[in-house]
Design a protein around this ligand. Structure first.
Ligand code: IMJ
Length: 256
């Protein structure tokens, strides 16, 4: 089964560098024949993303700060200029203040809480509203989540609450957009050493624990997450919406 995404046009938000899950997803989508639109945050990132785009089947690289409605409107306008329907959107971004991932959750202030919710959860709703009108042939919207949404993971804190909101938003969006044949799902990836994880203290210990205890006795690789994103965006995923798919070496099933 090759070229699962032949003829499809996909938007991928959240590539920061070559270790980003969004980049692994972009590579897998390219491999499967999709044409891509990528977004970057801030002028500083522009060159880096354009450099990464060279090896992929990318038709456009566009700026997008998901906290700015005007950016999302401009993004949708640019995509509609492509003159072809959009088939898939990948939302692979999150942010919380570093301090809020390193002290007791009870000390989370209102501002930090709302920042995490705005960037990491509300953005899915904003992206869905901006892009759904372009998915005139139906499509798939996939976001990235983490086990800390439903279970307490040390230090995940305000991000756990944001991911809980993200997963709930995903289900409500699946309900709203289903009649337009737009499917909405989340992939819950096991810990992977990306830029978002490198900052976390004791991350190597977390990776060791997964390797010793997860059913598959190894850590999750970006390519495994990416291939699941391909499945969801492809015809193979046509019956799947409103779901959280765990790509985590099976760690999620363990009680102790
Ligand atoms: C993040 C914090 C605590 C524990 C964590 C993580 N574990 C994993 C992550 C166990 C796997 C990574 N993760 C799933 C995230 O969603 C990370 C989000 C994040 C990371 C940072 C670091 C740098 C920063 N802000 C951040 N905002 C969100 O300044």
């Amino acid at each position: 089964m090759s070229h699962l995404l032949e003829g499809k046009f996909a938007l991928i938000l959240g590539i920061a560098n070559r270790w980003s899950l969004a980049y692994a997803i972009a590579q897998a989508f390219s491999r499967e024949g999709a044409t891509l639109a990528l977004t970057y945050l801030g002028e500083r990132q522009k060159q880096a993303i354009e450099e990464l785009a060279k090896d992929l089947c990318v038709s456009t690289v566009l700026p997008c700060d998901v906290t700015k409605d005007e950016d999302l409107t401009a993004l949708a306008d640019s995509l509609s200029d492509a003159g072809r329907p959009l088939h898939a959107v990948v939302h692979s971004l999150a942010f919380a203040n570093r301090e809020d991932l390193a002290r007791p959750f009870v000390d989370t202030g209102r501002e930090g809480f709302l920042l995490a919710q705005n960037v990491s959860a509300y953005s899915l709703v904003a992206v869905a509203r901006a892009t759904a009108p372009l998915m005139t042939e139906g499509g798939s919207l996939t976001t990235l989540t983490y086990l800390g949404a439903t279970r307490v993971v040390p230090n995940y804190n305000v991000m756990g609450v944001a991911k809980a909101a993200l997963e709930a938003a995903m289900r409500y969006l699946a309900s709203d957009l289903g009649e337009r044949q737009i499917r909405v799902n989340a992939i819950s990836a096991g810990p992977i050493k990306t830029a978002s994880a490198r900052a976390i203290k004791d991350f190597s210990t977390i990776l060791d624990t997964i390797q010793n205890r997860a059913p598959l006795r190894r850590n999750t690789e970006p390519g495994e997450v990416a291939d699941t994103a391909v499945f969801l965006a492809s015809e193979l995923g046509r019956g799947v919406t409103g779901n959280v798919l765990f790509v985590d070496s099976g760690m999620q099933v363990m009680g102790f």
